[in-house]
Design a protein around this ligand. Structure first.
Ligand code: F6R
Length: 607
């Protein structure tokens, strides 16, 4: 994921920018760049590849200036190249960006129709061109910046400079990280506080949608309505983990909030935004003779496979088997050379998943791993690797890795469907558009904290809970139950709603909360009859539905979380967010050790 740095100083800034860019390398990148302002001129150097290439350029062409911005780019829209590298510069505006702009096409078309010419394939240049357009139309820098942000959809962190405003940095963030750091005399902006840690004494973590206009002497922060707001400065204590948790009380909460950004990166590393196609596993061309796809994983990663089964059956139309690794490794199973086996693991070190991979190697056509840690054993031992690029997941309960696994598996289903010639151009585009819309939807529903807290208050006193879902949301009922039991220690079970009357309904009484996932889809009416079965037995129903579902039910006895309307295809990804937040706040109210729940390990390297 891209990294951002901005500096306001009394000294030359380019070498400090380089130092910080090196610290941001861990986020992954394929090009880097710096811009400064000197003598009322924007100076810029960009290079493809390693930061050393940029250093060499700067040693040949000095970059003077006491104000500057820098960037490590991890390609999404457009190949890694100098033209696509940041900072992007148009007219008097120069800026860097981390994130994905969902509506960049629409804005780009608008600007092209007005006669603007683009130099890169990036969504970032669209933002800079738009801001420059507002300036051409008489807006001052501040108003142009606000007006530009007002047009953007998606997840983004921005840091801009303006040629005629040499003393200021203009920054904002939405569902992407950005901090302001204060040194003895200098002011910094960065993607994280860790990369600035040797330069700063205190830090401000910006809230969602905050806009900050910074000079060496003044920090002016505004909310999205343009109202001045105060954000507390925190002193930097290098021994404290506040640096990496930011404003969040727990890593788990931070990682939940990172999902819009992480999901955007996970999908966009496979979406070719020019051709509107998913490009992955180019080595696999022939899928006509495939007999079966086998997905193997443990825990949350297994539930990601359970969601993927729906996608692969629908769009790839091959038999799909999913299995938990600890069972799979010991079963007598026949394999054929026309099968692909796919292993999903955040850590890439889970002993059972690794053993399952070793079991099938050489017996199936190819093994594919979907991992977060690309240097892991599972990645090294599988023939193809699909990285989910979620960044380090510290909270033991998996959150962002789950939705990033879903991102990659959804892309793979679309890609395989195309390779089998089963999907029309139109459907392909629609599915990609739906994936692109996910970060925006996630950002909106993550913010509705009070409703998750209200659900959590109802759940915290329960000893048991049932989660119900049908179809593609059944695996989400399993995942939501796992999240709740792991961190709040409340016994929870996930069931397919239709299975309720075959046993678990015996447990329902007035003490049993039943959390039901009920979007309006082809199974809505059936799910609602299951809800009524629970109500008839005095069960406490907590419903997660959409606006239409809520109005069709119109029941004051049911507590509801209302989500916006989205397609069935992306519904398991979106429903992950309320599942995680309900578990999180329930555990918070119970006072459990959320990031390190008892008896659990982050990486299960033993059987
Ligand atoms: C649950 C959780 C675990 C892991 C499982 C597999 O929140 O984190 O169930 O999903 O231990 O781990 P990985 O994905 O590392 O193979």
């Amino acid at each position: 994921m891209c990294g951002i740095i901005g500096i306001l100083s009394n000294k030359e800034v380019s070498s400090t920018i380089i130092d910080v860019l090196k610290k941001l390398e861990y986020r992954g990148y394929d090009s880097a760049g710096i811009a400064t302002i000197f003598d009322n001129e924007i100076r810029r150097q960009r290079a493809k590849g390693k930061i050393e290439n940029l250093v060499n350029l700067i040693s040949e062409n000095d970059l003077p200036g006491t104000i500057g911005i820098g960037h490590t780019r991890w390609a999404t829209h457009g190949i890694p190249s100098e033209d696509n590298a940041h900072p992007h510069h148009v007219g008097s505006v120069v800026g860097v960006h981390n994130g994905i702009i969902e509506n960049f096409r629409e804005i780009k078309e608008e600007l092209i129709n007005k006669g603007y010419k683009f130099q890169s394939d990036t969504d970032t240049e669209v933002i800079i061109q738009l801001c420059s357009h507002y300036i051409n139309n008489g807006y001052n820098n501040r108003d142009a910046f606000f007006k530009t942000i007002g047009r953007l959809e998606g997840a983004f962190a921005l840091c801009f400079m303006f040629k005629n405003d040499e003393e200021k940095l203009y920054v904002t963030r939405r569902s992407a990280p950005l901090v302001i750091g204060y040194g003895k005399k200098d002011v910094f902006v960065g993607s994280d506080a860790v990369s600035l840690s040797n330069l700063i004494e205190s830090v401000i973590f910006l809230d969602e949608d905050d806009v900050a206009i910074l000079s060496k002497k003044q920090t002016n922060i505004y909310d999205k309505l343009g109202e001045r707001v105060d954000r507390k400065k925190k002193s930097v204590d290098l021994n404290s983990d506040i640096i990496s948790k930011g404003n969040y009380q727990h890593f788990m909460l931070k990682e939940i909030h990172e999902q819009p950004e992480v999901f955007g990166y996970a999908t966009s590393s496979f979406i070719n935004f020019k051709t509107h196609k998913i490009e992955m596993l180019n080595e696999i061309k022939e899928l006509d003779n495939v007999d079966r796809l086998i997905f193997v994983a443990c825990g949350t990663a297994y539930f990601a496979c359970a969601v993927a089964k729906f996608w692969f059956e629908k769009y790839v139309k091959v038999p799909v088997e999913i299995d938990v690794a600890s069972e799979f490794r010991y079963r007598d199973t026949s394999f054929s050379k026309n099968e692909y086996a796919i292993f999903v693991s955040q850590s890439g070190e889970t002993a059972d998943t690794l053993a399952a991979l070793r079991k099938v190697k050489g017996k199936v056509k190819k093994t594919i791993s979907v991992v977060n840690v690309v240097e892991s054993s599972i990645a090294r031992e599988s023939e193809f690797v699909l990285p989910i690029k979620a960044g380090p997941e510290i909270g033991v309960a998996s959150t962002k890795a789950f939705t990033a696994q879903l991102a990659v598996l959804a892309c793979l289903a679309i890609n395989f469907s195309n390779k089998r010639g089963l999907i029309s151009k139109k459907e392909n585009s629609e599915l990609i558009d739906e994936l692109v819309s996910v970060p925006g939807i996630m950002s909106n529903i993550i913010k509705k904290t009070s409703i998750y807290k209200e659900f959590a208050r109802k759940l915290m006193k329960a000893k048991n809970a049932l989660f119900l879902g049908r179809g593609i949301l059944y695996p989400l009922a399993l995942e939501a139950a796992l999240k709740l039991k792991e961190i709040s220690y409340i016994h929870a079970e996930g069931y397919p709603s239709g299975e309720l009357k075959h046993g678990p309904i015996a447990l329902v009484d007035k003490k049993m909360p039943v959390i039901c996932f009920a979007p309006v889809n082809n199974l809505f009416e059936k799910t609602i009859s299951n809800v009524q079965e629970v109500q008839a037995r005095n069960g406490k129903v907590l419903l997660i539905t959409d606006d239409e579902g809520a109005s069709r039910l119109n029941s004051s006895e049911i507590s509801m979380i209302k989500l916006p309307k989205f397609s069935n295809f992306i519904s398991p990804i979106i429903y992950a967010i309320p599942s995680q937040l309900i578990a999180y706040y329930t555990a918070l109210y119970k006072g459990t050790d959320i990031d390190k729940p008892r008896n659990l390990a982050k990486s299960v390297t033993v059987e």
